[in-house]
Write a protein that binds this ligand. Structure first.
Ligand code: AMP
Length: 305
C-alpha cells in the first residue's frame, strides 16, 4: 500500500493504474476507521481493481463550536486497517493541500433546499463544506465508483446531486449501515461516549425500529409513532434535534406513504455528542414496504479497528 499526502502523487499512481486498464474504487473518510468504514472498503475491493481511501478531517464541514479540534484521529491504526483490507493507496493530505487558498472560501456548489433541512438545520454550512471537499476529492481521485454510507443519508443524497449536476463521471454507491449488536450505528464519534452515554445511545436505533414497525404494519398514524419516539428519546436522556419521515429526494416531511423512497431519520445529542441514524424506506407499487435497516451485530463492541 502506498501512503501519500500530496495530490500529485495520488494522481500519478491512479494514472498508472488506469493505464493498465484497472478500475478505481474510492472511499472518502475522516479517519478513525471502524468496521463500518471497512465494509465500504471491502465492497470497493470486491467491485474494483484498485482501491483508494482518503483520510481527511475536512475543516469546512465543521461549524463554529463543533468538534473539529477534538475529532478523533489515529493515522497509524487507520493505516493498519487499510493495509489489512487490501487498499492500494491511502491519501492523507494536510489541510493546506486541499485548501491552498486559506481561508477555506472556495465553495463550489450549494443546495440550500436540501442542505438546510434535517442535519443542515442544526449545522449551518455543513453540507456546503461536504460538497466543496467532495468536488475537490473526486477531481483528484477521479474514481469509477465512490463508496459512501447510507448512515449519512442526507450527505449521500446531496453528493449524488452534486455528481449528477457537475457531470462527474463516477457512480456513487450507497452502502448499508453497520451497527453494534444493540443497534447503535458505528461512528467515529461513538468514541466520545462515556459508558452511561453509550447505553443511552442505543435508544436512537430502538426509536427508529419502533416507528419502522408501525410503518410496516400499515398503520397510518405515522405522526403519532414519531411523536412517541421523540418523547421516549427525551425521557431516555437524549436531546432530540429531529426525528422524522421524509421524502428521500426532497427531504420534505412525508405522512402518506405512496409508492416511492423515504428516509426515516433521527439526530440527537447524547451528552455533548451528536449522533445520527436513519433507515431507508421504500414503498413498492404493490404497496409493500422494504426497509434497509443496515447490518447488525457482526462487529465487536470495540468499533475502532
Ligand atoms: P466519516 O469518516 O464519518 O466521514 O465516514 C466516511 C464514510 O463512511 C461515509 O460515507 C459514511 O457514511 C460511512 N460510514 C460511517 N459510519 C458508517 C457505518 N456505521 N456503516 C456504514 N458506513 C458508514
Amino acid at each position: 500500500m502506498y501512503k501519500y499526502t500530496r495530490t500529485i502523487d495520488v494522481r500519478n499512481a491512479i494514472m498508472d493504474a488506469r493505464s493498465q486498464g484497472r478500475t478505481v474504487g474510492y472511499v472518502p473518510t475522516m479517519g478513525y476507521l471502524h468496521v463500518g468504514h471497512r465494509s465500504l472498503i471491502e465492497r470497493a475491493r470486491s467491485e474494483c481493481d484498485y482501491v483508494v481511501v482518503s483520510v481527511f478531517v475536512n475543516p469546512t464541514q465543521f461549524g463554529v463550536g463543533e468538534d473539529l479540534d477534538r475529532y478523533p484521529r489515529d493515522l497509524d491504526a487507520d493505516s493498519q486497517m487499510c493495509e489489512s483490507s487490501g487498499v492500494d493507496v491511502l491519501f492523507h493530505p494536510e489541510v493546506s493541500e486541499i485548501y491552498p487558498e486559506h481561508p477555506f472560501d472556495a465553495l463550489v456548489v450549494s443546495y440550500p433546499e436540501l442542505s438546510t433541512k434535517l442535519c443542515g438545520a442544526f449545522r449551518p454550512g455543513h453540507f456546503d463544506g461536504v460538497t466543496t471537499v467532495m468536488s475537490k476529492l473526486l477531481n483528484i481521485v477521479s474514481p469509477n465508483k465512490c463508496y459512501m454510507g447510507k448512515k449519512d443519508g442526507q450527505q449521500l443524497l446531496i453528493v449524488k446531486r452534486l455528481v449528477a449536476d457537475s457531470f462527474f463521471d463516477v457512480d456513487i454507491v450507497g452502502c448499508s449501515t453497520v451497527r453494534e449488536s444493540d443497534g447503535l450505528a458505528l461512528s467515529s464519534r461513538n468514541a466520545y461516549l462515556s459508558a452511561d452515554e453509550r447505553t443511552v445511545a442505543a435508544e436512537l436505533n430502538k426509536s427508529l425500529e419502533k416507528v419502522a414497525r408501525v410503518i410496516e404494519s400499515g398503520n397510518p398514524e405515522i405522526d403519532v409513532a414519531i411523536s412517541r419516539a421523540r418523547e421516549e428519546l427525551t425521557r431516555g436522556g437524549l436531546v432530540v434535534q429531529y426525528c422524522d419521515l421524509v421524502d428521500a429526494d426532497t427531504l420534505e416531511p412525508a405522512r402518506e406513504l405512496s409508492p416511492g423512497e423515504y428516509l426515516l431519520g433521527v439526530a440527537a445529542l447524547c451528552g455533548t455528542t451528536r449522533l445520527i441514524d436513519n433507515y431507508s424506506v421504500a414503498v413498492t407499487q404493490q404497496g409493500e414496504f422494504e426497509i434497509d435497516r443496515g447490518i447488525t451485530g457482526q462487529v465487536s463492541e470495540k468499533s475502532h479497528v
